[in-house]
Write a protein that binds this ligand. Structure first.
Ligand code: BG6
Length: 494
């Protein structure tokens, strides 16, 4: 196990009550409940911590506990009887009627009793794993029943966590925000994009900030282009009801933009939320908006072959499961450097990575010789968390010939050794319980995402003939047309 050096900062979750709305839904089952269990299991949960789960479905205690067991074990945990008992002892279920004030009054009374029992202050985190249309109404009723306390009163707090889809257009996202604005302040709203909680995503920033040698070359003087790949091996996995309304672009664009920002934004003055968000905002504002023409020329949408026969897919559905495109960032650092993106489902592999591809030599003995791109900085975000840098070295022997080499840090091995290494959702829940919004999205970022998407959606709707939906074989890295996308500029995917 490697030693840490110097600076070491730990965010600790504050004691609180955690209320999960939509507890029987897909998001809660796949992500939130396992993350809550993980926090308890890894001793990352705060000292005084209870969990109230609420949903419309009536569940008796036995059914509730067996549901929790299923969620936790399906997520890959193998809990001992003791650790599972310790988890369920912190947890209770309430049948919810989201429209009725009686439900919220009952909840308020229950939380007050639990706080009193735990000797805890009134500090509540409400995770709304519900359809987005319910965000505003739920927040309004929480407020009306005294459950969204005024953040000015610092001996207690209440926060809301919400998760995408944040609407389906800039207008509907603004309407969702408007629904939250009256009952809650921006400082109480935590918008999750779980990619920001991934360990290696955090490391991109840490590495840039700590190693001047890298960040000094992180610009258009040295970098030729940037590649982002977000490939998934899985297809729909029974989520047609959700995905048929979303498509890949709506589903994944927030993740793509967050990865781009973490890799390419200027370093913030500090990792405090205000500094971090201000710098990220500047980066997004520098992205050149795509026109509909640019979408047609420089993007490819596609769908895997067996999509139409997935359960729940509507006949004639034209939903994309793959998107490739390129964009530019018009600031001093990145002017003229293309960013190529490809993201897709059923691509034969799970791979999320960022590659910064350095320019070829423009002087000296290699000026006129093609040695490809000698230097590539690769961040493998998942599944094999690894950072590598490729370079050209002399081939051993009497001749002067060169050979590509790679220096790699296998990040996962080291990280796994560390005690209590949190997953993306676990980390974000800790941050929310600590009141740190650095890794959460601002209203601006959500609005920006929809504005950025708008020309794609318009081009596909209004000119489907010019923007066809290509097909790709299940398990392949997308259609040939996407493979060729960087060729327009004389480049190729690495
Ligand atoms: C979610 C999308 O936000 O991210 C899913 O809704 C996608 O469609 C998932 O599969 C990918 O996340 P991860 O962490 O598994 O790479």
């Amino acid at each position: 196990m490697t030693e840490t050096i110097g600076f070491c900062q730990e965010t600790r979750a504050e004691s609180c009550g955690f209320v999960l709305f939509g507890a029987t839904g897909d998001l809660a089952g796949r992500k939130i409940i396992p993350a809550l269990f993980g926090l308890c299991e890894k001793k990352l949960a705060p000292e005084k911590f209870y969990i109230v789960m609420a949903a419309r479905t009536p569940l008796d205690r036995g059914a509730f506990e067996s549901r929790l067991w299923d969620c936790v074990t399906k997520a890959g945990f193998t809990p001992s009887p003791e650790s599972f008992s310790a988890f369920i002892a912190r947890t209770e279920y309430l049948r919810a009627d989201y429209d009725s004030e009686d439900f919220y009054r009952g909840l308020a009374a229950r939380l007050a009793a639990l706080d009193a029992g735990a000797g805890a202050k009134k500090k509540h985190l409400f995770y709304l794993a519900t359809p987005p249309a319910a965000f505003g109404p739920i927040a309004g009723k929480l407020k009306a029943c005294g459950l969204l306390s005024d953040p000015a009163d610092c001996s207690c707090w209440s926060r809301l966590i919400i998760e995408k889809p944040y609407g389906s257009s800039p207008e509907s996202a603004a309407a969702l925000d408007a629904g939250l604005e009256t009952p809650a302040t921006e400082s109480q709203v935590y918008r999750i994009d779980h990619f920001t909680g991934k360990e290696t995503v955090q490391n991109v920033m840490a590495l840039r900030a700590a190693n001047r040698v890298f960040d000094a070359t992180w610009n258009n003087k040295f970098i030729d282009h940037v590649q982002l790949t977000v490939f998934e091996e899985l297809g729909l996995e029974g989520r047609a009801g959700f995905f048929e309304h979303m498509g890949l672009a709506r589903d994944m664009m927030s993740h793509i933009l967050q990865l781009a920002a973490i890799a390419a934004m200027d370093l913030p003055a500090s990792f405090k939320a205000d500094d971090f968000k201000a710098e990220k905002k500047r980066f997004f504002e520098s992205i050149r908006p795509l026109t509909r023409e640019a979408v047609t020329e420089r993007s490819v949408r596609a769908r895997y072959e067996s999509y139409a026969s997935e359960p729940g897919v509507a006949p004639g559905s034209a939903v994309e499961t793959f998107l490739a495109f390129s964009f530019y960032v018009d600031n001093d650092r990145w002017r003229g450097v293309p960013f190529y993106v490809r993201a897709g489902k059923k691509t034969g592999e799970k791979r999320t990575c960022i590659k910064l591809v350095y320019k070829k030599p423009d002087r000296g003995i290699f000026k006129d010789v093609d040695i490809g791109y000698p230097n590539v900085f690769s961040f493998n975000i998942q599944p094999d968390e690894k950072i590598s840098f490729s370079l050209i070295s002399k081939h051993p022997g009497p001749k002067l010939c060169f050979t590509p080499r790679s220096m790699a840090v296998d990040y996962r091995t080291e990280a796994e050794e560390a005690t209590g290494f949190p997953t993306d959702y676990e980390r974000l829940l800790i941050e929310a319980m600590a009141g740190d919004q650095t890794l959460f999205l601002s209203a601006f970022e959500v609005k920006f995402m929809w504005e950025f998407l708008a020309p794609f959606l318009a081009a596909w709707k209004e000119a489907p003939g010019e923007n066809p939906l290509y097909s790709y074989a299940d398990g392949s890295p997308g259609p040939a047309r996407a493979a060729e996308l960087p060729n327009i500029d004389g480049r190729s995917w690495l």
